[in-house]
Ligand binder design. Structure first.
Ligand SMILES: Cc1cc2nc3c(=O)[nH]c(=O)nc-3n(C[C@H](O)[C@H](O)[C@H](O)COP(=O)(O)O)c2cc1C
Length: 347
């Protein structure tokens, strides 16, 4: 199996080296379709995470992924947590611990994994230039989504958090983003930016502030699973109008341990985001529920579905659940050719 990201070495080494991939295959022709007011080759892409710079964006664009998300950036430089940041796991469908494994499933579509990076970011001077390089690498019919997050300090008010999000969004727009994605959910940071979506009032302030600083460009909000359906409805009602769509869901937090019980990412990050096969079903449910609210309330929001897509069937599950687009987080690392496979069936 070809692994584009080397989980044994640091994030910086992967960042600098770029993806380890074979030559790009021929890309099947697809009929253009609308997404967020633009015409795209397909509603299929890579979610925020695997593509931290223009080198990675270019490589995956060349492999037929049409919605390319530039990994979350901040208004200040932030180091990555130490290795390990990404492990393959064995998991059951419950909510107990998942266990790191070095044995890769023979069928890549059956893989689950867990990540804990802490949303590292290069300084804005770097990414503001690099986004322009990433944009220049795209073909017609491909979109660059730039994911942004705030970096709150102790004691910051909601307005300060909102301003920091808005600053990153404005810089992303200036640098050439086609779409901005504000990350309101990260299972692996303990500070406020990891849970914005669970606070409707904060989500409202942040979303309106971002919107006022970025003109008419589309804004997506990346969220996690809602445990409470009333909260979900209030959130969607509140952000609709300022945001154009929702990206759901981020990794699902579970305890990540070695088989002997030790926490993989350290005691502080015992719970981390679980990805891949094991989260697909709950993510399809989350998309179906969000679609039901959006339709019942007539909200002008698109849905970009994320979670455990590693086969043509997984893509179809999300489309049937009411997604407008499908983004893959972890599978493009071990299935870089999945876009070609899915697009072959789109025609
Ligand atoms: C290497 C890696 C890094 C990630 N970093 C981010 C991030 O910076 N921001 C974000 O919103 N999500 C991040 N994610 C989460 C993905 O966007 C996605 O929500 C998650 O992987 C679930 O999708 P999947 O089951 O297809 O992997 C990351 C995922 C991976 C694999």
């Amino acid at each position: 199996m070809q692994l584009a990201y080397d989980i044994a070495v640091t994030y910086s080494e992967n960042f600098e080296r770029g993806p380890q991939l074979d030559a790009a295959p021929a890309i099947p022709q697809t009929s253009p379709r609308p997404f967020l007011g633009r015409s795209v080759n397909s509603p299929l892409g890579v979610a925020a995470g695997l593509l931290p710079n223009a080198k990675w964006i270019e490589a995956y664009a060349a492999r037929g992924w049409d919605l390319l998300t530039y990994k979350t950036v901040r208004s200040v430089a932030r180091e990555c947590y130490p290795v390990p940041n990404w492990v393959f796991v064995e998991a059951d469908a419950g909510d107990g611990p998942v266990y790191a494994t070095e044995l890769l499933r023979a069928d890549p579509a059956a893989i689950s994994s867990a990540v804990c990076f802490g949303m590292p970011s290069r300084e804005p001077a770097f990414w503001r230039e690099d986004i322009a390089r990433a944009k220049a690498a795209l073909a017609p019919g491909q979109l660059l989504i730039v994911s942004v997050v705030a970096s709150p300090e102790a004691g910051w008010s909601a307005a300060q958090v909102a301003d920091d999000y808005a600053q990153c969004a404005a810089w992303a727009v200036e640098a050439g983003a086609d779409v901005v994605e504000a990350n309101y959910s990260c299972p692996n940071v303990c500070s406020a930016e990891g849970q914005v979506y669970t606070d409707v009032a904060l989500s409202e302030t942040v979303t309106e502030t971002i919107r006022s600083g970025m003109g008419e460009l589309p804004l997506l909000l990346k969220i996690g699973v809602f445990l409470d359906t009333t909260l979900q409805r209030d959130f969607l009602r509140t952000v609709s109008g300022s945001a154009h769509g929702i990206t759901l869901v981020n990794g699902i937090p579970r305890e990540v341990r070695y088989p002997d019980g030790r926490p993989v990412f350290g005691e502080q990050y015992l719970r981390a985001g679980v990805l891949g096969r094991i989260i697909h079903e709950p993510c399809v449910r989350a998309v179906r529920e969000a679609r039901a609210v959006i339709d019942a309330e007539g909200l002008p929001l698109v849905l970009a579905a994320v979670g455990g897509v590693s086969s043509v069937q997984d893509y179809a599950d999300f489309m049937a659940a009411g997604a407008d687009a499908v983004l893959c987080g972890s599978s493009p690392m071990y299935l870089p050719g999945l876009a070609v496979e899915i697009k072959a069936g789109l025609g």
